[in-house]
Ligand binder design. Structure first.
Ligand SMILES: C[S@@+](CC[C@H](N)C(=O)[O-])C[C@H]1O[C@@H](n2cnc3c(N)ncnc32)[C@H](O)[C@@H]1O
Length: 267
């Protein structure tokens, strides 16, 4: 079920204040939690050295820099819907000295603009949650992977099914970005329908529930003066309320950060 937030078409979902807030909480260039450590966890057991990687929903691009250094990907293609994010991700890759190894592209929703079997690994960090048709995006991921290639994803899944609770709807309203959440069962089924095998689903809720609580304590305590200075009082207060709601839906088990792994059959 999709929840879309109405805003003028020319304004991206990740406006400057939201980018600033998320980077204050999650680190420079990150629009999702956990930083380098969480990326290393998603990659555990997979050697990226010499591999061509597609990153779906690259955001500000800190993830792509990590995939190259320290993880050693030969080449990363980062794609995102928002031109502002893509431009900033491209600048970040250039500043890191990886202009030749990271290609950042704006895409539109729908089929991926790449030939079949072009990548060894498809990676994504907390972005599939925004994409409405899970089967379609996993079919596209499968198509652009070479035989035997791997899908390594962190995603924000939902607990339960049917109508969202009032608490979740309030969280979406406060957050102000589009959510299209699927459950673990729906995600597993979509991966299998797309042709993936060796599917594993690993719930990371315990980790993020605890971290989000610490983030909320910091936002409403020691970080508050910086939030107010950066964003103004009104927006700073809004984001503290937003995080309180995030902690609530994590506690209720309705929002479940999860790692997914799967493989395309073949060599
Ligand atoms: C929560 S952010 C995560 C960004 C980045 N992966 C990170 O961890 O910092 C989700 C990103 O997915 C992007 N996104 C949403 N729908 C997308 C789609 N259909 N194709 C590509 N990117 C998409 C958003 O614009 C946003 O940058």
């Amino acid at each position: 079920m999709s929840v879309k937030i109405d805003r003028p078409a020319e304004v991206g979902e990740y406006d400057e204040p939201l980018q600033a807030l998320l980077q204050l909480v999650w680190g420079d260039g990150f629009l999702s939690p956990g930083g380098p450590e969480e990326i290393a966890r998603i990659l555990e057991g997979t050697d990226l050295r010499g591999r061509r990687v597609l990153d779906i929903g690259c955001g500000l691009g800190a993830v792509d820099v990590q995939l190259v250094e320290p993880h050693g990907a030969a080449h990363v293609t980062g794609i995102d819907l928002e031109p502002d994010l893509v431009e900033k991700a491209r600048a970040r890759a250039r500043r890191a000295g990886f202009a030749e190894r990271i290609d950042t592209r704006q895409v539109t929703p729908g089929p991926l603009p790449f030939a079949d079997a072009r990548f060894d690994v498809v990676f994504s960090k907390d972005s599939i949650v925004q994409i409405p048709d899970k089967r379609a995006i996993f079919c596209e991921a499968h198509r652009v992977l070479r035989a035997g290639g791997e899908l390594l994803v962190s995603d924000w899944l939902r607990g339960g099914e049917g109508a969202y609770s009032p608490e979740m709807l309030e969280y979406f309203r406060l957050e102000g970005i589009t959510y299209n959440m699927a459950s673990a069962d729906e995600t597993r089924a979509a991966l299998a329908e797309a042709g993936f095998i060796d599917i594993s689903v690993h719930d990371r809720s315990d980790w993020y529930r605890e971290l989000a609580r610490q983030e909320l304590a910091a936002m409403s305590g020691p970080w508050l003066p910086t939030l107010i200075e950066t964003l103004g009082r009104e927006r700073a207060d809004h984001f503290v309320t937003n995080w309180r709601q995030l902690v609530l839906v994590l506690d209720r088990g309705e929002l479940r950060p999860t790692h997914l792994r799967a493989r395309k059959p073949g060599a």
